[in-house]
Design a protein around this ligand. Structure first.
Ligand SMILES: Cc1cc2nc3c(=O)[nH]c(=O)nc-3n(C[C@H](O)[C@H](O)[C@H](O)COP(=O)(O)OP(=O)(O)OC[C@H]3O[C@@H](n4cnc5c(N)ncnc54)[C@H](O)[C@@H]3O)c2cc1C
Length: 380
């Protein structure tokens, strides 16, 4: 058992941390304020290989192992929670759908531009009436000769209004429940019948557009189907399992940002003629924040380790995501408390971390659904 990073993993972390400190952190408040997709930063991240971190070089990726990818995603999220979602949805969801279930031709055509950062990806699963309850989806893909004709709509789609490639789930056999769902590749700029209805006004996660999509007789060739008909539900579950490692990473990054700011403030701020960090209550808060963050990071790496070894990691990914999500919210909350009144204002970043962290408990499996998943495995 070895808990230390390899020298290559350390180098990757340092390289990404430097980019985050120089390019992302100084822009994070502005991104939060204007809530627009930062095309220039995403382009720069593409140049650095950050939009294709875990994919093999033959598909335009950086070929990083899953520990390094998780470290990279947590560093990006330390800079901006919104950018963390942009990258997680692009790589862990859209990219991984193509990498795991695409043919060689589909990977060459659609994954490579994603991994190189030339295209942006989105993953369109959720609908107004189908969030946790995925099989309740109503979007259909009707077979017509060699084409599919898609009708319906999706809600809450990260990157949905800016993506060039969308991996989309629809029912090819509406009577067959979860076995009637299939997955497809859709290209909003090429395919007629793809409409962006708008984007959500959110509590946090700014800079990552969360879009409502509508499909009206959207016709795509059969060659855009991923895998076989009826495999879509399994594709979604497998992809979300891997994705949970990166939402854990987003939690770790946000908690690290909150702890860093709280520590600095506790050293600087004086009350009763001493730094507030010298009050035992504040010191103990920092101790708990650091301990929880370390535990969340270890759970993240445990899940990544099992994935690398190609062992079952459903429970461990759910635990990592559940725990890191709650820790990110708790640590950000304590960071606000340590900042006192200042922490409740936009003059400091801790309130942004809190707003960004809350999302971790909702998307890619709510904390309640994850407890169901973990509980089922414990009882098994
Ligand atoms: C900012 C943002 C970005 C998102 N990005 C994407 C994306 O890129 N792609 C995508 O497809 N989706 C995305 N989502 C959707 C997200 O995955 C869903 O919101 C989430 O799965 C919850 O679904 P819901 O909102 O319909 O809530 P519901 O499923 O209606 O849940 C409401 C409440 O009931 C609880 N509940 C539901 N079922 C159970 C149960 N069986 N047991 C116990 N409790 C239960 C939930 O835990 C929750 O507390 C995003 C959401 C947000 C907010």
């Amino acid at each position: 058992m070895d808990f230390s990073l390899s020298s290559e993993q350390k180098q990757i972390r340092e390289m990404i941390a430097e980019f985050v400190d120089e390019e992302i952190k100084p822009r994070a408040s502005e991104i939060d304020e204007i809530d627009e997709f930062p095309h220039d930063l995403v382009h720069e991240m593409g140049e650095l290989g950050l939009m294709g971190m875990p994919f093999p070089e033959e598909y335009g990726g950086a070929g990083l192992d899953y520990h390094s990818y998780a470290i990279g995603l947590s560093e990006i999220s330390r800079g901006s929670g919104g950018l963390g979602t942009v990258v997680a949805a692009h790589i862990s969801l859209a990219g991984n759908m193509l990498y795991e279930f695409g043919t060689e031709e589909q990977k060459g055509t659609y994954l490579t531009p994603l991994a190189e950062g030339k295209d942006v990806g989105a993953f369109a699963l959720s609908e107004a009436g189908a969030g946790s309850d995925v099989p309740a989806m109503e979007t259909t893909a009707r077979k017509e000769a060699d084409d599919y004709v898609i009708n319906g709509g999706k809600l809450w789609i990260s990157n949905g209004s800016v993506a060039e490639t969308v991996t989309l789930f629809a029912k090819t056999d509406p009577e067959a429940g979860n076995k009637g769902i299939s997955s497809f590749i859709v290209r909003p700029e090429e395919d007629e019948g793809f409409f962006v209805e708008g984007t959500e006004k959110k509590l946090g996660d700014k800079g990552c557009p969360t879009a409502e999509l509508r499909f009206s007789d959207l016709r795509i060739p059969e060659s855009r189907r991923l895998g076989e008909e009826g495999e879509g539900f399994v594709h979604a579950l497998k992809t979300l399992n891997g994705g949970r490692i990166t939402i854990a990473a987003r939690g770790v990054g946000l908690a690290q940002a909150a702890l860093d700011d709280a520590r600095e403030y506790a050293n600087e701020r004086e009350q009763f003629n001493q730094p507030i960090g010298e009050f035992q209550t504040i010191k103990h808060k920092l101790a708990d924040m650091d301990t929880k963050l370390s535990a969340a990071r270890l759970l993240m790496h445990q899940a990544a380790d099992l994935k690398i070894r190609e062992e079952d990691f459903i429970k461990e990914a759910a635990q990592a995501k559940l725990y890191a999500s709650e820790v990110s919210r708790e640590v950000a909350n304590e960071a606000i408390q340590i900042h006192g009144g200042y922490g409740y204002t936009r003059d400091f970043d801790v309130e942004r971390y809190y707003r960004d962290a809350k999302l971790n408990e909702i998307y890619e499996g709510t904390s309640e659904i994850l407890r169901n998943t973990i509980g089922d495995q414990v009882l098994d």
